[in-house]
Write a protein that binds this ligand. Structure first.
Ligand code: FMN
Length: 639
């Protein structure tokens, strides 16, 4: 279903009881983010919020995609799986044998439907150009939010960024945050692996200025499409047209006429990036991982015009400690891209899931139809070569014997099938720029866990059958090892052979020694995996412990395998923070993202006047004690 514009989406949200309006004043500096964090972490993702009184001319829309229902409304489907099924149907139709003329003729209606979804460039101006500002355009007139206290400044967080490959004129539409530095200057935070970063290097080679245009608002499908990991040279507006079942109408920008933008957008920010400019020190920014991404050098974006429709709404999002709205954008990608992965690279894949604790790439679970030995490793190789799946850190492969979404029974199944000495593969490759655990930016370790039922060829000759030695209680461990703060034995009690230990690391090699000492205990004979997290993390809080663990682990660097006589092998994985002093780690280590006391207090004081129902306490309160230092954005590696 196509929306005429963002306003008709807002109207639908309201009609469906999915929108909160706040008419009292809320400051875009930190307060909008704090209120959104409280609402979006409510069970089911809360509601979308329209902040009508921002002290600026324009209202701000937040959390519009932040639940299963709202992402479906935005994409105009009743279930995300329907999109995947439709894509699979299309692939099958196109690839099935076409013997006779009749078979070929049957394709024609589909092909003409295809054509009707292709973007079209209209002549003249669009709604997005009802108001045109070319003299001294000032992004400071837009209610650009500052999300977190240690952010480098205000950031545009839902920008739909348009660039073109200068060699073939093919468009890319991507979402890359923009830090505001001045009335006509922002950063352009495209990571080195992303398509617009590639366009940038092409312009650099040619010594030419790079025209760029940024759309905000319009049909909500645009922002989703900008985040979708489409192959380079596939236009995101084809995906948008397919999803909304209507072509996207584009118009030429006014000061950057090489670039076309959606006619129905709320705002367009036109400008250019000059590859001969000095880069700008961008960040920090409270990011998807739940940690700050630390400052780095990125291109400058010079604004040449701002245009907007009459009565536009400024859309934004916050990212931070999960769950957040971005989890639903990620869920849509997980569901929609299952079909292309299956049809092009991994035909045995039946399903996949990216748990929220893994913040997209860190943890991906797949379920396959297994027919031969080594198939999990074949899937691993294919997945790590599939587009942005290259950023995946931990890949779990299971099979038809398991349910992929019932995590408890899945973990039991995998645990029963797992011999950690032979079923875990370590590798290395490109990693997300946001991954702070890598010793080098954007390059690090990966791990795949083969939790499938084993075939004869896959069973080691000297494999040991697990014993059912009873486990002692947590006191047994904390009394013997004073560095251990908390132990989670609940998984073991549930027939999942994994324990979580939070530990105060005090010297180089400490986690290795501790793991070896633990694994040598006869009481540990049944334990296959020990996950270590730092002492500030409560090992008993499974969700938080897993989120911290997945972020902090470089699996290739941080694993300790202990082979034991008469007991199964035991793998330790060090998910604690890394420092130069104890780990030889040379990069700064970012802090987790927590709201500051002043903002929490001011929102507490305002809450009743917001008229949005019962008081919700700040989610940040739970994490205050887990920060490395209240004031620090990063821990220096020397600590
Ligand atoms: C809210 C949000 C913000 C994002 N910000 C960035 C960013 O600042 N830089 C970046 O490289 N990717 C960012 N991403 C991820 C990209 O949008 C995503 O990888 C997309 O597929 C990139 O498009 P491309 O393949 O055309 O480069 C963000 C995603 C979301 C959902």
């Amino acid at each position: 279903m196509a929306f005429r514009n963002q306003q008709s989406f807002i109207d639908l949200l309201e009609k469906e009881g999915e929108l909160l309006r706040i008419s009292s004043y809320v400051n875009p500096h930190l307060e909008i983010a704090e209120i959104t964090d409280r609402i979006s972490k409510e069970p089911g993702g809360g509601k979308a919020i329209l902040f009508e009184n921002t002290g600026y001319e324009f209202p701000v829309l937040m959390n519009a995609y932040g639940s299963e229902r709202r992402i479906c409304l935005a994409l105009g489907v009743s279930r995300l799986d329907d999109v995947a099924a439709e894509i699979e149907g299309l692939f099958k139709l196109l690839s099935s044998p076409k013997e006779g003329i009749l078979d070929k003729l049957k394709l024609l209606p589909k092909l003409s439907q295809f054509a009707s979804w292709m973007p079209r460039v209209k002549s003249g101006r669009g709604e997005c150009q009802e108001v045109v500002i070319t003299d001294n355009p000032d992004i400071g007139k837009l209610p650009v939010i500052t999300c977190w206290p240690k952010d480098g400044g205000p950031f545009v967080t839902l920008p739909v960024i348009h660039t073109k490959d200068p060699n073939n004129n093919i468009r890319n539409v991507g979402m890359y945050r923009m830090q505001v530095f001045g009335p006509a200057l922002t950063g352009m935070h495209w990571h080195k692996h992303k398509v617009s970063a590639k366009h940038f290097s092409e312009y650099k080679k040619l010594g030419k200025r790079m025209p760029v245009a940024v759309a905000l608002g319009g049909d909500p499908v645009y922002a989703y499409s900008a985040t979708a990991p489409l192959p380079e040279n596939v236009d995101e507006y084809m995906l948008a047209g397919f999803l909304r079942k209507k072509k996207v109408d584009l118009v030429k920008c006014i000061t950057q006429p090489e670039i076309e933008v959606p006619a129905d957008a709320d705002f367009i920010i036109e400008g250019y990036v000059d590859p001969s400019d000095e880069l700008i020190w961008e960040g920090p920014f409270g990011d998807h991982t739940g940690y700050y991404s630390l400052p780095d050098w990125y291109p400058r974006f010079h604004i040449t015009a701002i245009t907007h429709r009459r009565n536009p709404v400024y859309p934004a999002t916050i990212v931070g400690i999960p769950p957040q709205e971005d989890a639903w954008l990620g869920k849509a990608t997980e569901r929609i891209f299952l079909a292309p992965i299956k049809m092009t690279m991994v035909p045995e894949i039946l399903d996949m899931d990216m748990p929220v604790e893994g913040v997209f790439h860190n943890l991906v679970i797949t379920k396959i139809r297994k027919e031969y030995a080594g198939q999990a490793q074949k899937v691993m190789n294919a997945m790590w070569g599939a587009g942005q799946m290259m950023f995946n850190k931990i890949l779990v492969v299971s099979d038809e014997g398991s349910s992929i979404t019932d995590y408890r029974s899945l973990a039991q199944y995998i645990s029963a099938n797992l011999d950690v000495a032979s079923d875990i593969s370590f590798s290395q490759g490109p990693m997300d720029v946001l991954d702070h655990s890598c010793s080098k930016l954007g390059f690090g370790g990966k791990m795949s866990i083969d939790g499938t039922r084993k075939m004869e060829e896959e069973i080691r000759d000297n494999a040991v059958t697990p014993s059912d030695t009873p486990m002692p209680g947590a006191d047994f461990f904390t009394s013997r090892f004073p560095e251990i703060s908390t132990v989670n034995l609940s998984l073991l009690a549930d027939r999942i052979s994994c324990m979580i230990v939070s530990v105060r690391k005090q010297r180089p090699g400490h986690i290795r020694e501790l793991h070896q000492a633990l694994a040598a205990l006869p009481e540990m004979a049944q334990v296959k995996v020990v996950l270590f997290v730092e002492h500030t993390v409560d090992a008993g809080d499974l969700t938080v412990a897993l989120w911290r663990f997945c972020n902090n682990l470089d699996p290739k660097r941080d694993n300790i395998l202990v082979q034991r006589n008469n007991a199964v092998a035991c793998l330790g994985l060090d998910g604690t923070m890394k420092t130069r002093e104890f780990d030889g780690f040379q990069r700064d280590w970012p802090n987790i993202i927590v709201a500051d006391d002043d903002t929490i207090r001011s929102v507490d004081d305002k809450w009743e006047g917001l008229g949005i129902g019962r008081f919700i306490a700040s989610p940040s309160l739970k994490f205050k004690d887990q920060m490395y230092g209240q004031e620090a954005v990063a821990e220096t590696p020397g600590r």
